[in-house]
Design a protein around this ligand. Structure first.
Ligand code: SAM
Length: 372
């Protein structure tokens, strides 16, 4: 849990990782955040390098933890870390010495729970993956010798080194609860052998990132009902069937036999924009490739009529004005649900998302519609 008391004293800004090609959209989100919080700063966002650096042009001492631009708050960020020092010109033969010298500049009370190294998911960043794995051990030993690491079992701030190329590292530290669980923001999910397609990983990540542990327990229960619009070949339907949820799978395309063999998935060949359920369901899933505005209107109609309580869907984004397309879609949902008690919306550009974002929407009114 993120402590409410945490302050970003001595931090110079934030470094955030994203899918290459989405740097501008992420920088736009940083500027939106800085405008809302009155935190002046500038963003460095080079096309396709997989990261954005926000440098604050004023002290961040008074920034409250809950107001920070966390990886959950920024749609396009996979990871967001407060940075303290940028170490440049690291010599290929000895990167350790200058990094340790930089850590020595931290106040003596700065003792960390551990160190994690990260890299951007870009052409330049990916070759750093192996180096980061290997370098973590000598760095940990050296930090232990200098008493910069707390004894085991003592939870505190983690120290992070974000290598943006072979000779540059950004030293960051973050309180528990602020950073994404994986340092580089890449979730480690295993593909189940029986799964019909890789899209199950996308849904698994969505449920992990967009719902809390408690919500997954409460909202995904055996005996519940779901509708999956644009279901073929059936990855999402299969995944819901694993929770014991019965799924009506709408698609003119073929649902894979191993999905129907679960006995929990019932295919119907129909147009997802026209088909409606006879009874309300717990979940609406939608992975149809369409204009975001059209998908948003469809989701809003289901939620507003009480046809479903929860919706999980993708918004396929245009190449330009991505944030504007998301804003427009969410505004449509909020407008339509305004007179219905409102809607809770959570949006994320997941690691498994390409030119799309994943949205979780929940109708806030309690009442459910019965059989028509
Ligand atoms: N989520 C699926 C899975 O996990 O296997 C993959 C869905 S695939 C990206 C998109 C699907 O949407 C295609 O099978 C396509 O036939 C379907 N689709 C597109 N427009 C549709 C429509 N109007 N009605 C029903 N299905 C539609």
């Amino acid at each position: 849990m993120l402590s409410k008391e945490h302050k970003f004293k001595d931090s110079n800004g934030f470094i955030a990782l994203c899918r290459p090609g989405f740097e501008k959209a992420l920088a736009q989100e940083f500027y939106r955040w800085s405008g809302q919080k009155g935190m002046a700063g500038v963003c460095r966002a080079d096309d396709r390098n997989g990261f954005v650096v926000f440098s604050a042009s004023m002290p961040m001492d008074d920034l409250a933890a809950e107001a920070a631009p966390s990886w959950q708050r920024l749609i396009f960020a996979r990871q967001v870390l407060p940075w303290f020092v940028q170490v440049t010109d690291l010599p290929a033969g000895d990167r350790l010495t200058p990094i340790l010298a930089a850590v020595e500049q931290f106040p003596p009370e700065a003792v960390f729970e551990g160190i994690e190294l990260a890299f951007p998911d870009s052409e330049a960043g990916r070759p750093l993956s192996r180096f980061c794995r290997r370098f973590e051990k000598p760095l940990t030993c050296a930090l232990q010798e200098r008493e910069r690491l707390a004894p085991k079992g003592n939870p505190g701030e983690m120290l992070y080194g974000v290598f943006t190329d072979w000779s540059t590292v950004w030293l960051c530290h973050a309180p528990p609860g602020l950073a994404a669980p994986s340092a580089s923001g890449i979730p480690r999910l295993r593909m189940p052998r029986e799964a019909p397609s890789r899209s199950v990983l996308k849904l698994a990540e969505a449920l992990l990132v967009l719902l809390t542990d408690k919500e997954r327990q409460r909202f995904l229960k055996p005996g519940m009902k779901a509708v999956d619009l644009g279901a073929a070949p059936g990855g999402w339907s299969w995944q819901f069937a694993q929770y014991g949820i019965e799924v009506t799978a709408i698609d003119n395309g073929r649902i894979a036999p191993r999905v129907t063999a679960t006995g929990m998935v019932h295919p119907i060949a129909a147009d997802g924009f026209k088909w409606r359920p006879r009874r309300s369901v717990d979940w609406l899933l939608c992975d149809m490739v369409e204009q975001p505005s059209r998908i948003a209107e469809l989701m809003a109609a289901w939620l507003a009529r009480g046809d479903c309580r929860h919706a999980l869907f993708n918004l396929k984004l245009p190449m330009k004005k991505r944030l504007a397309a998301i804003d427009d879609a969410l505004a449509r949902l909020r407008r339509r649900m305004g007179s219905q008690g409102g809607v809770e919306l959570r949006v994320k550009h997941l690691y498994h998302d390409r030119e799309e974002v994943t949205v979780y929407a929940r109708a806030l009114r309690g009442a459910r519609r019965g059989r028509r």
